[in-house]
Ligand binder design. Structure first.
Ligand SMILES: [Zn+2]
Length: 161
C-alpha cells in the first residue's frame, strides 16, 4: 500500500523547487518557486501571489512557527554571548543593561522576516496548505490572472483542510 503525501505531479507544471533552495529564496524575500518575485509586501505582510510567476502565497500557514524559531535562535545567541562576556570580563552594569536588550531587539526584528520567508519556502517545498496545487509553469512570462478556477480543480490532495 502506498500513501501519497503530495498530489501527483502535473505534466504541464514546473517541477517544485527543492527544500533548501526554496527555503533560501524565502529567507531572502524571494518567491520560493521562481526566485524572482518578492515574497513580502511589507515587513511581515506576505503578498497574495508572486508578481513574476503567479504562485499563490495567500494560503500559507506560517502562523507561530517563525516567532518561535526566532526566540529559539536569539535566545541561544544572546544567552551564549551574555555568559561568555559576563564570565570573562568585568562589564559595568549600565553597559550590560544597554547592550543585551538592544542586541536582542535588533536580532529579533532582523530575523523575523527572513525566518518567516524560510518557513513559507518549507511549506511550498512540501506542498503544504495552499501550496498543495501544482506550481505554475516557469518562464510563462506574463502575470497570471483570471485563473481563479484552477486552484480548486487541480488540488486532489492537500487543499485547505
Ligand atoms: Zn514566483
Amino acid at each position: 500500500m502506498t500513501i501519497e503525501a503530495f498530489p501527483p505531479p502535473d505534466a504541464a507544471a514546473a517541477p517544485r523547487t527543492p527544500l533548501a533552495p526554496a527555503m533560501g529564496r524565502g529567507f531572502l524575500n524571494r518567491c520560493p518557486h521562481c526566485g524572482k518575485g518578492k515574497l513580502f509586501g511589507r515587513f511581515l505582510k506576505v503578498r497574495p501571489e508572486c508578481e513574476a510567476c503567479g504562485l499563490a502565497f495567500a494560503e500559507h500557514r506560517a502562523d507561530d512557527l517563525p516567532p518561535y524559531l526566532v526566540i529559539f535562535l536569539v535566545g541561544h545567541i544572546v544567552g551564549y554571548l551574555v555568559l561568555e562576556v559576563e564570565m570573562g570580563y568585568d562589564v559595568p552594569l549600565w553597559l550590560s543593561l544597554t547592550v543585551w536588550p538592544l542586541l536582542t531587539l535588533v536580532l529579533a526584528l532582523g530575523l523575523l522576516q527572513p525566518v518567516k520567508g524560510a518557513v513559507i519556502g518549507l511549506q511550498y517545498a512540501f506542498g503544504m496548505h495552499g501550496f498543495g496545487v501544482a506550481p505554475p509553469v516557469l518562464g510563462a512570462g506574463e502575470k497570471r490572472g483570471g485563473e481563479a478556477g484552477t486552484r480548486a480543480g487541480d488540488a486532489p490532495g492537500l487543499g485547505n483542510a
